[in-house]
Design a protein around this ligand. Structure first.
Ligand code: NAD
Ligand code: IPM
Ligand code: MN
Length: 419
């Protein structure tokens, strides 16, 4: 039985025909070679459900790991398939082009997704004036994950006021779904400025200058004033720092660098510095370092090997991750995960790059960043092996020195073929 208040979901599984059902399992079809059954599981709480099928094997499902595993006589288990509900926001410019390739690759990896497409972005705004209706946000909360291409109008366009989509859609999702970690991994590709780099930026994703504190006084007059504050809470900084230390503790180099501007931002910088130092005491095996953000731009170009895990505030994280993408081989390879580590709702996966209107519709967009973002999504959903296979397929594709003229779809095909 499900614990009270816990939402149910079903895993569709396929098992050999000789299996017999226990009361936990609801068979819903039998073919000559397979029995199809549904296994009741639950979306939260820490518990393990094991179903023993007479016939020499069992299936266990861990709600924390979100994995459906065959145990016992593995020959008896043919295959098990979990279906995930994914909200898809293609968005603007190259966004729809690159997420189409990401879905192609996920499908080639054998994953079963139930996709709900959301028409959001500049077109919808210009057509209806809507950016993210509350009802759509509520629907998105019910998804297992969200995959997003990019949103935003061409830079300098006046049809859509600057920030309308970026704040109203993307940042609203980050804030309202409490996606407080923006995880951006960088591994160099051959011929990049930093082909051997391998580091992760953990960007605080709900506070800082992005929080929207500020406003105008006397707008439009010669005496107008505009302020834009930076909001840094102890709670917000600490939870982000803790996530970064946990990650550093699991990586081979055990190294964490705080990037900030403590020499000038003496209030926010001080809070960050003290918080990171305090959290560090819980992770004695992680070596801790500090760089100012301006110097970080030098080191990213001249000595990126010094970085393992970087933790930083929202705006610095935005800026240094475009630079990191460029040194690692190009922004077309840079993936990101906007995570709700508490798993109280879906996390959102998207490339680091934007809508790139300058190349939209030309087939020049590199879908690798979107594909790598989809791999981060699979990993988060507990499909760790599939995520690794997709990541490996991307790596192998890159290592094959592909023709630089390959189109967006041809790159997607070439990666999908490797799976
Ligand atoms: P951008 O990332 O869209 O483009 C910057 C440069 O990188 C351009 O020259 C573009 O052609 C190139 N580029 C980007 N993605 C590429 C890819 N996959 N393959 C090859 N080249 C690629 O940044 P921008 O021009 O500053 O912003 C355009 C719009 O996108 C703006 O409205 C901005 O607000 C928005 N934006 C959205 C997101 C997002 O949705 N996550 C991120 C960044 C920018
Ligand atoms: C990113 C983008 C966004 C950001 C914009 C579009 C709001 O640049 O994801 O890096 O600044 O975070
Ligand atoms: Mn950015």
């Amino acid at each position: 039985m499900a614990p009270p208040g816990v939402r149910r979901r079903w895993i569709d599984c396929i098992a050999p025909a000789e299996g017999h059902w226990t009361p936990d399992v609801e068979p819903y079809g039998v073919s000559p070679t397979r029995n199809y059954f549904r296994l009741a599981t639950h979306r939260s709480g820490v518990w393990l459900l094991a179903v023993h099928l007479v016939g020499g094997f069992s299936i266990s499902y861990s709600s924390t790991g979100r994995q459906c595993l065959g145990t016992g006589n593995r020959e008896g288990l043919d295959r098990s398939v979990t279906t995930y509900k994914v909200g898809l926001i293609g968005g603007d410019g190259i966004g729809p082009e690159v997420v189409a390739e990401a879905l192609k690759v996920v499908e080639a990896a054998g994953l079963s997704l139930t996709i709900t497409e959301y028409d959001l972005g500049a077109d919808r705004y210009l057509r209806t004036g809507e950016v993210l209706p509350d009802s759509v946000l509520e629907e998105l909360r019910g998804q297992d994950a969200i995959l997003l291409g990019a949103v935003g109008p061409p830079v300098g366009s006046t049809d859509v006021p600057p920030g309308t989509l970026e704040r109203g859609l993307l940042l609203r999702l980050r804030f309202d779904l409490d996606l407080y970690v923006n995880l951006r991994p960088f591994t160099g590709v051959p011929n990049a400025l930093a082909p051997d780099c391998d580091f992760v930026v953990i960007r605080e994703n709900t506070e800082g200058t992005y929080a929207g504190e500020g406003g105008f006084l006397r707008k439009g007059t010669p005496f107008e004033v505009a302020t834009q504050g930076s909001v840094n809470t102890r709670h917000g900084v600490e939870r982000c720092a803790r996530f970064a230390f946990e990650l550093a503790a699991k990586r081979p180099r055990h190294r964490l660098t705080l990037v900030h501007k403590t020499n000038v931002l003496t209030f926010a910088g001080d809070l960050w510095n003290r918080t990171v130092n305090e959290v560090a005491s819980d992770y004695p095996d992680v070596s801790r370092d500090y760089n100012h953000v301006d110097a970080t731009c030098i080191y990213l170009v001249e000595n990126p090997g010094r970085y393992d895990v970087i933790v930083t505030d929202n705006l610095f994280g935005d800026i240094i991750t475009d630079l990191a993408g460029a040194i690692a081989g190009g922004i077309g390879y840079a993936a990101s995960a906007n995570l709700n580590p508490a798993r109280t709702g879906p996390s959102l996966f998207e490339p680091v790059h934007g809508a790139a209107h300058d190349i939209a519709g030309t087939g020049k967009a590199n879908p690798a960043a979107a594909i790598r973002s989809a791999a981060l999504m699979l990993d988060h959903l507990g499909e760790v092996a599939a995520a690794e296979r997709v990541t490996k397929a991307v790596q192998e594709f890159i290592a094959s020195t592909p023709d630089p003229q390959l189109s967006t779809a041809a790159i997607g095909d070439a990666i999908a073929e490797r799976l």
